[in-house]
Design a protein around this ligand. Structure first.
Ligand code: FRU
Length: 495
């Protein structure tokens, strides 16, 4: 049974999306069908396709009562919208269907597990949002909320767990057919942790233990956990709120933390070995991963930042995009990210330059555009005397530009969108400490209409920023202070 609220949302999105021209949208990044989008949800394979749901408020380009939007894709780059999947329409989720995930049940239905939010009067008279986990099953388009709901409530919390911060279940199916699930939580005094649950059928869940605890190291509440094995290691992704910066890590307040360690299957314990930020730019949060049929672990994140996402005008018909899907790997205790290889199928019009040496401003014929995949390899022209600074500027015309620069003496890559068209005092720059031997650096820059994703040294560091620059600004230029030698391979990306 489809509720009236869901029917209304579906009708609304179908009508309103027609008012948004193709050119007003990103070329190959998923954006809200209409209205507001935040976290990726239910990133999964079902019926031969990738399914991606998202936190969705169709009626406004600002956050509001959360629905689940829905899109499907064969190649992770061309997305087709399906009707909204969930609306806040029952007692236990009347104030929002928050983030969650998806798996396939043995009977062929797709199971969604999500957080139901309801505002409730507390014994002390205050009104608080109570969070429980809920299930819905369906056929890839229509989903029915399960009669057993909610399937996890405060009684499933370990001692001291907050029922106001208990959200974002991420499910997986185990080789024996049973299910595992991690959920974000915090203690009563606001310290984040990840809880582990098991279920024989996806409906009945048992608490297994605290998989990881913050112990006041990384922010406060831990949102949107994801847990998987990769390259012989166990990886826990989690998005802590309110982090303090540590050196060059965690500069966004709310950002995504990657913990790499080992998992003891029998004891069900995770031993942390390394930690790092997942993205060193400005706009990346709450990622979720899927296991592709060929074994790749693919991650997609919300390409926004909670501190800067409320400054757009209300008349904007959509707000919020997903990042590029990225292939993950672990090498020497570090998470690496690469754009999914499917992106290479969108490449056209190769332009290539080798061994270009320059020491000032440089423009290269054929190097421009706003939907671009560009690889740069830069190094000092003279190994004895390094250059002082290299920069590439894009989304550029007389008024605008966004830039990525590198100073080899500091080993710092900086992204700067100050001149991208922003009229607000929001964060425009981010600096990232990278590895460079003798001033050599590899950059791969993926530009779409409203974003730049910068992969440094084959994905050892990634910086993601949105830029809402007018589309006429499609220049690309280079700058060197000192003598730089550069190879460039540039493609148009045609979705
Ligand atoms: C993370 C988050 C989640 C929550 C959702 C609500 O961005 O705060 O914890 O489920 O967004 O929209």
């Amino acid at each position: 049974m489809i509720s009236q609220s869901l029917r209304d949302a579906r009708k609304y999105e179908e009508t309103m999306e027609q008012k948004i021209g193709k050119e007003e949208r990103p070329g190959f990044h998923l954006a809200a069908r209409v209205g507001w989008m935040n976290d990726p949800n239910g990133f999964s394979r079902y019926d031969g396709e990738y399914h991606l749901f998202y936190q969705y408020h169709p009626y406004d380009s600002h956050w509001g009562p959360m629905h689940w939007g829905h899109a499907v894709s064969k190649d992770l780059l061309h997305w087709e919208y399906r009707p909204a999947a969930l609306a806040p329409d029952t007692e236990y989720d009347r104030d929002g269907c928050f983030s969650g995930s998806a798996v396939t049940l043995p009977d062929g239905r797709q199971l969604l597990m999500y957080t139901g939010v309801s505002r409730q009067m507390q014994p002390d008279g205050s009104v608080r949002d109570v969070q429980v986990q809920c299930a819905a099953a369906g056929d890839g388009t229509d989903y029915e909320k399960c009669a057993q709901n909610p399937v996890l409530t405060e009684k499933d919390l370990p001692e001291g767990g907050s029922r106001f911060d208990f959200r974002d279940p991420k499910l997986w199916q185990k080789p024996d057919g049973t299910y595992g699930c991690v959920v974000g939580n915090c203690t009563a005094d606001g310290d984040g942790r990840v809880l582990l649950y098991h279920s024989p059928d996806g409906m009945h869940w048992n608490f297994k233990g605290v998989l990881a605890a913050n112990n006041r190291r990384f922010g406060r509440m831990w949102e949107c956990p994801d847990f998987f094995l990769l390259d012989g290691k166990a990886v826990l992704l989690v998005s802590p709120q309110d982090m303090l910066p540590q050196g060059f890590e965690y500069h966004n307040g709310n950002g995504t933390l990657c913990l790499i360690g080992s998992y003891d299957e029998a004891a069900e314990t995770f031993a942390e070995e390394h930690h790092q930020a997942v993205d060193y730019g400005i706009d990346f949060y709450a990622p979720q991963t899927v296991l592709a049929p060929d074994g790749r672990r693919i991650m997609i994140g919300w390409m926004q930042n909670w501190d800067t996402c409320n400054l757009h005008t209300p008349d904007q018909p959509w707000f919020g995009q997903m990042s590029l899907p990225r292939e993950l790997s672990v090498k020497d205790g570090r998470l690496y990210q690469k754009p999914v290889r499917e992106l290479e199928r969108l490449r056209t019009g190769q332009v290539r330059y080798e061994n270009v040496t320059f020491s000032d401003l440089l423009r290269l014929d054929g190097v421009n555009g706003r939907r671009v995949d560009m690889e740069l390899f830069i190094r000092p022209a003279d190994a004895e005397h390094s250059y002082r600074k290299f920069a590439v500027r894009f989304a550029q015309n007389d008024s605008y530009q966004t830039s990525v620069s590198f100073r080899p003496y500091e080993s710092i890559v900086k992204v700067d969108r100050k001149f991208s068209g922003s009229r607000r005092a929001l964060i425009h720059q981010r600096r990232c400490l990278v590895n460079s031997a003798g001033g050599a650096l590899k950059l791969r820059i993926i530009l779409d209409q409203f974003s730049a994703e910068i992969f440094v040294n084959d994905g050892e560091h990634v910086l993601t920023v949105t830029m809402y620059t007018e589309s006429a600004a499609e220049g690309i230029s280079f700058y060197a202070d000192g003598d730089v030698t550069m190879d460039v391979v540039k493609y148009e990306l045609n979705a």
